[in-house]
Write a protein that binds this ligand. Structure first.
Ligand code: ADP
Ligand code: MG
Length: 322
């Protein structure tokens, strides 16, 4: 039946639904040990996206995503070819927003159709994120991107690398997000019950110079950009999705212990004590802590197959205000 209230009716109904932001980690597309073919990436995406499609009945949805492997692949591809000019990182970030946005959109569209939902508007948005031109990270690159190499191969690479759980990875500058340029547009879209895919790869880093925004050669951490967006748009539930069940103390050792709930003060102490490395779990914990402190709402870190359980409070590591 046609909706007599038109768009206003849609807006009112949507406004009753809480807002969920799901930040998808790199393994939502490429799992450890995979080469990262497009077939693999589409197949992997179905797991989180089918759950998000079901959750969209109860929540207004924002999806953000990483781009570490994809942007690293693009860098290696262009470095392997001298026939065309090389592109700076911010252009590669823009490319991956298009690439991954397309993949998420089409997977989501299929999942919604399979549920019998014929028309659920969704959109992926090229997102700019302001960074500070004096950010210390420009002098000290810390963000791992691209594939993992053995120590021996890494030593012969013409760029700086860092040891991670995935092997030695290239590191690039990763300034802190200051504000999301499209926050008002994103808010309007979710209020009309659009599912919005945005801040891909942490967003395109830009510096405000007078009246213009200029891109910078860097990659913003998507967890920190997502926390900023969550705060600026007013999110009720923030899920950080990765390849582990939750956050552990003494990770990778015999005394490893999974945290089920942790207060933000306690989590911050563990962060300072070095339980969560800078290039992986560190930014996720920092993002969850920041979001819960600023908003008093729920944040959970969990794995790709536990998104619905985490939303229901049955999985992952949940951060509490006290
Ligand atoms: P994503 O692409 O999801 O951002 P990351 O590799 O950046 O993935 O972060 C997730 C990784 O963090 C896990 O695969 C795990 O190996 C690593 N990790 C490091 N410290 C911890 C910890 N204390 N608890 C759980 N996982 C940890
Ligand atoms: Mg990460």
């Amino acid at each position: 039946m046609p909706d007599p209230a038109g768009d206003i009716g849609v807006k009112k109904r949507a406004a009753r639904k809480p807002v969920l932001l799901v930040a998808l980690g790199g393994n939502a597309l490429i799992k450890k040990g995979q080469a990262g073919t497009i077939e693999e990436q589409f197949a992997n995406l179905r797991v989180p996206i089918e759950q998000i499609a079901r959750l969209s009945e109860k929540f207004r949805i924002i999806i953000t995503h990483g781009n570490g492997p994809q942007v690293g692949h693009l860098m290696l591809q262009q470095e392997a070819c001298d026939a065309v000019p090389r592109l700076p990182l911010e252009i590669l970030v823009a490319q991956t927003e298009g690439q991954i946005g397309y993949m998420i959109e089409s997977t989501l569209d299929e999942a919604l159709m399979a549920m019998g939902i014929q028309f659920r508007p969704l959109v992926s948005l090229i997102t700019y994120v302001v960074v500070n031109k004096d950010d210390p990270s420009f002098q000290n690159p810390t963000k791992p991107i691209g594939p993992g190499f053995s120590g021996e191969v890494a030593r012969s690479m013409p760029f700086p690398t860092v040891q991670t759980a995935k092997g030695y990875r290239r590191v690039v500058a990763s300034p802190k997000p200051v504000t999301i340029i499209e926050k008002r547009e994103i808010k309007k879209l979710i209020d009309m019950d659009f599912i919005v895919i945005c801040c891909g790869g942490g967003g395109i880093p830009v510096i405000r110079e007078g009246r213009s925004f200029n891109g910078v050669d860097a990659v913003i951490d998507k967890d920190l950009a997502s926390a900023k967006l969550a705060e600026e748009v007013g999110v009720d539930l923030f899920l950080l999705i990765t390849d582990v069940e939750g956050v552990a103390l003494n990770y990778g050792t015999e005394s490893e212990r999974l945290l089920r709930t942790v207060s933000v003060d306690q989590a911050n102490q563990y962060l300072q004590a070095g339980h969560f490395p800078q290039g992986s779990m560190g930014p996720k914990v920092a993002a969850a802590v920041k979001f819960v402190r600023r908003t008093g709402q729920r944040a959970v870190i969990t794995s790709t197959d536990s998104i619905e359980n985490a939303a229901a409070g049955k999985s992952g590591t949940e951060f509490t205000a006290d």
